[in-house]
Design a protein. Structure first.
Ligand SMILES: [Fe+2]
Length: 373
């Protein structure tokens, strides 16, 4: 990849123009600046977007890690013991929810359930207005997950792999040169499920069209310290391909890579097509508390496939009660997950179509008038 050698991109990176301080920009200008950066380099960082309750969120994420582990293990145990669907749904202290599809079995509750304090941040209009400006007025959050990791200075000499629950080879540990380059769904050629039909959620055919189909947001609740931010290849979102191919050493450092600078309170925003890698834990003592959310426009199907998956993180459901306990600002983006609610196309789109219809009527009226002259 030689894209970062493009002078303009290089300047954006070296002068740190990819970092926008939320406090220094009017919201009306900020959305254009973010859009430009996403188009040009494929990512940006918005500093100081998250309010000052960072420690509260970090504590919540730590608790969420323990609670989701307990919940997932309990669910696995009940499935192994062949509990009925009814018994699983009623099992005490197990948080599973009915799918919005009546012919599908229940899944683990959406991860926002464990992040009630943080949920205000995710629905913050200062943030969601930017997402909507870039994608469309009607958007959905396809996946949410929090991560809490603390590296303990272990120094492995090589990159260590392990197959995940879906059979995909994942880097679980490594040294400072270890990476795990990839593009995100729907531009992920492994499609989560790989060769497993029942877990495969689909992937976009290469070369990828030059169109933003999704944005990934990483809310940083702690300073990443030595570990640093996401590794990226600036401009790679325009390459049309993913690094998950035999032609690339997707586990090694790339010549044109760059590690994004983030701090507690920043939000890293990225086009799903961008080549990126999370920093691989190993040699540092850093703490990392993040929430990853994946945003898609109304027209992209998110959960039509892998209908029998019980554990993937895609479109995990919410009950009506969960939904109604969410902050009002966040509800529109998660409404599609609730099987007791119906989702209409949102008011902004209805308004847009009304206006278009009005224009078409006006045009016809003029045409008629010309013909009758
Ligand atoms: Fe990713």
């Amino acid at each position: 990849m030689k894209l970062v050698r493009n002078k303009k991109l290089k300047k954006i990176i070296s002068s740190e123009k990819y970092i926008l301080d939320y406090r220094k920009h009017k919201s009306s200008d900020l959305k254009f600046k973010v859009q430009n950066l996403i188009n040009q380099i494929g990512f940006c960082v918005i500093d100081n977007l998250i309010d000052r309750k960072l420690n509260i969120y970090v504590e919540e994420i730590k608790k969420a890690k323990k609670r989701t582990k307990f919940n997932t293990e309990l669910f696995k145990k009940l499935l192994d013991k062949k509990f009925s669907e009814k018994d699983i749904l009623n099992y005490p202290n197990l948080e599973v929810r009915k799918s919005k599809f009546s012919n599908r079995k229940c899944k683990l509750v959406n991860d926002i359930f464990w992040l009630q304090k943080f949920s205000n941040q995710l629905g913050n209009k200062n943030f969601t207005n930017i997402i909507k400006f870039i994608l469309d007025d009607h958007v959905r959050i396809g996946q949410i997950h929090s991560r809490y990791t603390k590296a303990e200075g272990i120094k492995p000499s090589k990159t260590i792999f392990k197959n995940d629950d879906f059979g995909l080879p994942r880097v679980i540990s490594g040294n400072k040169n270890s990476r795990e380059w990839h593009t995100d769904w729907p531009h992920d050629p492994w499609a989560y499920g790989g060769g497993k039909k029942s877990e495969n959620i689909g992937c976009i055919k290469e070369p990828f069209p030059d169109l933003i189909m999704g944005l990934v947001a990483v809310h940083h609740l702690s300073d990443p310290g030595e570990l640093g931010g996401t590794w990226v290849v600036p401009g790679s979102h325009k390459s049309g391909i993913s690094p998950r191919h035999k032609n690339f050493s997707y586990i090694k450092a790339f010549k044109d890579e760059f590690q994004v600078k983030v701090k507690a309170g920043s939000v890293y925003l990225q086009d799903t097509r961008l080549w990126h890698s999370a920093p691989v834990l190993g040699e540092t003592f850093s703490e990392r508390a993040i929430v990853v959310s994946r945003w898609y426009p109304w027209w992209l199907q998110i959960d039509d496939y892998a209908p029998s998956s019980r554990f993937n993180i895609v479109a995990r459901p919410l009950s009506k009660r969960d939904f109604e306990s969410l902050p009002k600002n966040l509800r529109p983006y998660l409404l599609y997950l609730c099987n007791e609610k119906n989702e209409n196309i949102n008011d902004a789109l209805v308004k847009r179509t009304k206006l278009n219809l009005k224009k078409s009527f006006k045009f016809l009226k003029n045409e008629n008038h010309k013909q009758n002259k």
